[in-house]
Design a protein around this ligand. Structure first.
Ligand code: C2E
Ligand code: CA
Ligand code: CA
Length: 585
């Protein structure tokens, strides 16, 4: 027996020696491949060759492994029997072991992903040699995992992104259905997050988001789900809810997360957020529907103000349907010519003289009552129809201005409202230029009105477009001033020529000292920056008196004129030129 073992070890070393001698060059080649691990095995699967890369990959040196069996070294236990059988079948029946992706065992016990090729040399002799050529896949696997992670998770918070969350939510919906339980979805949107980024910088913004994510996460149970849906929006899903009476408690829990201030580099900062809530199965049958419902509710909450909560309900559902229909009708309205422009005069606060007009869109549907632009403009923005509508407004205002000039009517400039998504159209400025040129109009004929948020969100292209208009002398007014962004310091960064103080301040100024103070400050700063200041929505003498005291330049409002159809404007202007003392009061 001992003789036999000795003979067999003897035999192995003889085969190995032979091999080494005859394959010097081959060996040099194999050794020089740093990433390709090559091992050779005799008919009993004992190691006869082990290159440097194999040492690197599996942790064993060549000296340690010579003469030891493959299955004792790098083959995981559960592959052992299969491997021995496959090796035997190859030697005895010529059945090749195909190349495949495997996980083999490192000396440390850890598994290593490899792509393994197998070659049999001397196949039809007594000394068949199997060579394994293994390529390390760890890096690819890692890259793949990272890619997979990036595809499904948010980089900053490491939370699932919206798409992956929807997948997870689909599974949770199925579970809830099977268990007959409710599932509650909360859409969280931080109020005025742009201000944090803008005033403190993106790094602080990120820090804040991370803290919020951590706090929200601490309140979750393991069956709950969470996602960073977009920049400052999070989605939370609570499953296993027995009855609707449990929902307010959940919402409160989310709100409480925001209660204490967030620690930032310099100081701490309080945050509020709006929440939109939808419930399975009442507000949606699928994950996508539930998310949409919660999103609608969240947008509703945003409209109400800061820190608001809105539950999706039948009313919202009906409203959604109504908006959908309205959107269809609006699309037809553009073609059917149901839109028209009215014009509201702006008068000098000091003299009451008519200075300019603002173009305001009107929709008179053939089949129903007029619809307010406050209702259909946001709708058109969402559906993308705003571009066609905006182009129509531009064209019509320019046409009207040219026609009035031809008729010799002194109506002053016509200011056009531009909404946010309209600005996103890449060739808006080119179309405006084209329109102005076609009607031979310049800065004294046409002006622009934009809201603060449009300026703050504007990208380089939009800013450059505005800059060019500004330098050509066009009037650019900030509309609804005071309602969007609360900092005045940004004003000097933007190409603007006028501020229109929002109606709400004018309305409350006579009774609210704070509103009065804000208005006074706005007029003061506006004038210091060389801007014209306009008061909107002046309805009575008391407001007008205050506004005159504050030295606003222009006044717009029902006290003087409501928006009027073009014919009325014509009559007004003709009447005024007939009685030169006009309207000064
Ligand atoms: P806005 O640009 O702030 O327009 C002023 C709004 O205040 C107009 O409402 C006007 O009718 C109203 N108004 C004027 N004077 C008074 C007053 O003394 N008291 C009160 N209570 N209201 C007054 P309107 O015409 O309903 O327009 C609402 C909004 O719709 C506009 O607000 C503007 O944001 C948008 N809009 C109107 N036309 C257009 C347009 O052609 N394009 C775009 N993008 N938006 C438009
Ligand atoms: Ca306006
Ligand atoms: Ca306004």
């Amino acid at each position: 027996m001992a003789d036999q073992v000795a003979a067999s070890v003897d035999e192995a070393s003889r085969v190995r020696r032979q091999y080494l001698e005859s394959e010097q060059r081959f060996r040099a080649l194999l050794e020089s491949l740093p990433k390709v691990a090559v091992q050779g095995y005799d008919r009993h699967r004992r190691v006869i060759y082990w290159n440097e890369a194999s040492t690197h990959l599996y942790g064993y040196t060549a000296e340690e492994v010579f003469g030891r069996a493959l299955e004792e070294l790098i083959i995981p236990d559960d592959m052992r029997d299969g491997l021995i059988a496959a090796h035997r079948a190859w030697i005895e029946e010529g059945q090749e072991i195909p190349a495949e992706e495997l996980e083999l065992r490192h000396r440390s016990g850890e598994l290593v992903p490899v792509f393994s090729h197998h070659v049999m040399l001397n196949e039809h002799t007594d000394e068949p040699l199997m060579f394994c050529v293994d390529v390390d896949l760890s890096e690819q696997k890692q890259a793949h995992r990272e890619l997979d992670f990036a595809r499904r998770f948010d980089r900053l918070t490491q939370l699932p992104n919206r798409e992956y969350f929807e997948e997870q939510l689909s599974a949770a919906v199925k579970d809830a259905q099977a268990q007959g339980m409710l599932l509650v979805l909360v859409y969280l949107d931080i109020d005025r997050f742009v201000e944090v980024n803008d005033t403190l910088g993106y790094q602080e913004g990120d820090r804040l988001l991370l803290q919020l994510a951590t706090r929200l996460d601490q309140g979750l149970r393991c069956t709950d789900l969470m996602s960073r849906a977009s920049g400052d929006e999070f989605l939370l899903a609570f499953s296993g809810i027995a009855g609707e009476e449990d929902i307010p408690r959940l919402v409160l829990k989310v709100q409480q997360v925001l209660r204490s201030p967030f620690a930032l580099e310099e100081a701490s900062r309080k945050l509020t957020a709006c929440l939109g809530v939808s419930v399975f199965p009442t507000n949606g049958e699928s994950a996508a529907e539930l998310i949409r419902s919660a999103d609608v509710a969240k947008n509703r909450a945003k409209l109400k103000g800061r820190g608001e909560v809105v539950y999706f309900d039948q009313r919202l559902h009906d409203e959604l349907l109504y908006q959908h229909r309205l959107s269809d009708r609006l699309e037809r309205a553009v073609e059917a010519g149901e839109l028209m422009l009215h014009y509201q005069p702006q008068v000098s606060a000091a003299s009451g003289r008519l200075e300019n007009l603002e173009a305001l869109l009107r929709w008179y549907p053939a089949d129903g009552p007029p619809v307010s632009p406050t209702e259909f403009i946001p709708l058109a923005e969402r559906s993308g129809l705003i571009h066609r509508i905006g182009d129509w407004v531009m064209e019509e205002a320019c046409r009207q201005r040219a026609a009035w000039r031809k008729a010799g009517l002194e109506v002053g400039r016509i200011d056009i409202n531009f909404s946010g998504s309209q600005m996103n159209s890449p060739d808006l400025f080119a179309r405006l230029d084209e329109c102005l040129e076609r009607f031979a109009l310049g800065p004294r004929d046409i002006g622009l009105e934009l809201t603060e948020n449009v300026l703050i969100d504007a990208d380089q292209r939009v800013l450059e477009g505005l800059q060019r208009l500004y330098h050509r002398g066009f009037r650019i007014a900030i509309d609804d001033f005071g309602t969007g962004y609360s900092s005045l310091s940004y004003l000097k960064r933007f190409p603007v020529t006028a501020l229109k103080i929002d109606r709400a301040f004018v309305r409350d100024a006579p009774t609210q000292p704070e509103d009065r103070a804000i208005m006074e400050a706005t007029v003061f700063i506006g004038h210091r920056l060389g801007l014209e200041v306009v008061a909107e929505g002046v309805e009575d003498l008391e407001q007008l008196t205050l506004i005159r005291e504050m030295r606003c330049d222009l006044v717009q409002g029902f006290y003087f004129f409501a928006p009027m159809a073009p014919g009325e404007i014509e009559r007004l202007v003709i009447g005024m030129s007939a009685t030169p003392s006009g309207l000064s009061s």
